[in-house]
Design a protein around this ligand. Structure first.
Ligand SMILES: NC(=O)c1ccc[n+]([C@@H]2O[C@H](COP(=O)([O-])OP(=O)(O)OC[C@H]3O[C@@H](n4cnc5c(N)ncnc54)[C@H](O)[C@@H]3O)[C@@H](O)[C@H]2O)c1
Ligand SMILES: [Zn+2]
Length: 363
């Protein structure tokens, strides 16, 4: 088992990574929660609950905890105030009090929703995550961002609330869609690109083992990702000081593509398109060599990720949308760009000519 302790100003997140850990969730949870805590509401989606909730609940019972299961439909539409309200009803009906814990079992959708409910029920109860997607295991599980979507946009209602425990059992990734697996790897490539050149190289070298989901490689992949992400989020807990902005590499254009495609593409696929564009912008602005830009784009393609806008999508629509991205300071859009392998910087001054050039004729 691999362990990481992530220390924030006022709390800690314990991370445990290892094949088979799903069965030991109760014991591992009992190690990190206050002694009196007994009541656990497990929140999952129908797909994940069907696959893994029995094992998780059995482990909770074995550890002397009372576990109840609440299930929502799979898909990002469940990240809503309506579903949150249903979960509050469950908490009330089950007499979950101030000393309860909400445990998310699933991917980023489930942990964002369950985390938001944990952050707000009785002004905040304990929270833990058992990640079952790579997207969650390498990214969403850490950093404390929780929330639901609003009709006018994604993730607009939320709170910071850190999990006490993050448990990742990479054996649970065997049932994950190939497409979800690759989408999660986009965030992993992102972490290498912005912070750790050696990690990026390691991912390229072990691509086949990773895509075959060989457990030792997945465990190392997850640990290295979470150590990188922990560095950024502990340096900038509330996203007010700057470092955390680097995690948005590929996301300015990525979010615009995601919305323009009506969320039909995976988030990671859109981020891959955004990272490829950001690499090309970095090249055009003289920050990154053509060879390094090409190497990143090549890496994304080798992992089966898209690197250009989807057929038929007008670059102008994307460029207009980036102007309303939430990372706009004043009237200027700031982009996370690369200054080399493993080195990112926030830059203004990306002209619409450059954007048109890289989005229209990516080469
Ligand atoms: N809070 C953060 O910092 C953060 C960061 C990144 C993404 N997110 C959020 O995470 C969500 C995307 O994450 P995601 O890709 O994990 O989405 P998800 O939770 O919707 O999972 C994707 C799909 O995989 C299925 N699934 C999950 N685990 C499975 C398994 N082991 N086997 C088979 N099927 C499984 C789910 O039922 C779902 O259909 C978005 O809502 C995004 O906004 C949050
Ligand atoms: Zn992302």
């Amino acid at each position: 088992m691999r362990s990481i302790t992530v220390s924030y100003e006022s709390c800690r997140t314990q991370v445990r990574i290892g094949a088979g850990l799903l069965d030991q969730a109760g014991r591992l949870l009992a190690e990190v929660i206050p002694p009196g805590l007994r009541d656990v509401l497990v929140v999952s989606d129908e797909t994940v609950a069907g696959l893994y909730s029995q094992r998780l609940l059995a482990g909770l019972t074995a550890a002397g905890l009372r576990g109840e299961l609440a299930v929502v439909p799979p898909g990002d539409a469940s990240k809503s105030l309506t579903r949150a309200a249903e979960l509050y009803d469950r908490l009330a009906a089950g007499r979950f009090a101030r000393d309860a814990l909400v445990l998310a079992l699933g991917g980023g959708m489930v942990s964002d929703l369950a985390g938001f409910v944990a952050a707000t029920w009785m002004r905040g109860v304990a929270f833990a995550i058992c990640s079952t997607t790579l997207e969650s295991a390498v990214d969403a599980c850490l950093g404390g961002k929780t929330g639901v979507n609003h009709a006018s946009g994604k993730n607009l209602i939320g709170a910071f609330h850190h999990p006490a425990l993050v448990l990742v059992d990479p054996a649970s990734f065997t049932t994950l869609d190939d497409r979800d697996m690759r989408a999660g790897l986009a965030e992993s490539i992102k972490h290498g690109a912005i912070a750790d050149a050696a990690f990026l190289t390691w991912q390229r070298e072990h691509r086949e083992a990773i895509l075959r989901r060989e457990l030792p490689f997945l465990e190392e992949l997850i640990e290295r990702n979470l150590r990188i992400k922990a560095g950024f989020v502990t340096a900038d807990e509330r996203e007010t000081r700057g470092p955390r902005a680097m995690l948005n590499f590929g996301h300015t254009i990525g979010h615009a593509v995601e919305a323009a495609m009506n969320y039909r593409l995976r988030h990671g696929e859109c981020v891959a398109i955004g990272m490829a564009a950001a690499a090309r912008i970095s090249r055009e602005m003289g920050l990154l060599s053509a060879a390094d830009a090409e190497a990143l784009i090549q890496t994304l393609a080798e992992f089966g990720l898209p690197t250009t806008l989807p057929e038929g999508l007008d670059p102008k629509q994307i460029i207009d949308a980036t102007a309303t991205d939430k990372k706009v300071a004043g009237s200027r859009v700031r982009y996370v760009l690369l200054e080399g392998w493993g080195r990112a910087a926030l830059r203004e001054g990306v002209t619409s000519e450059i954007l048109h050039f890289v989005l229209q004729r990516p080469g």
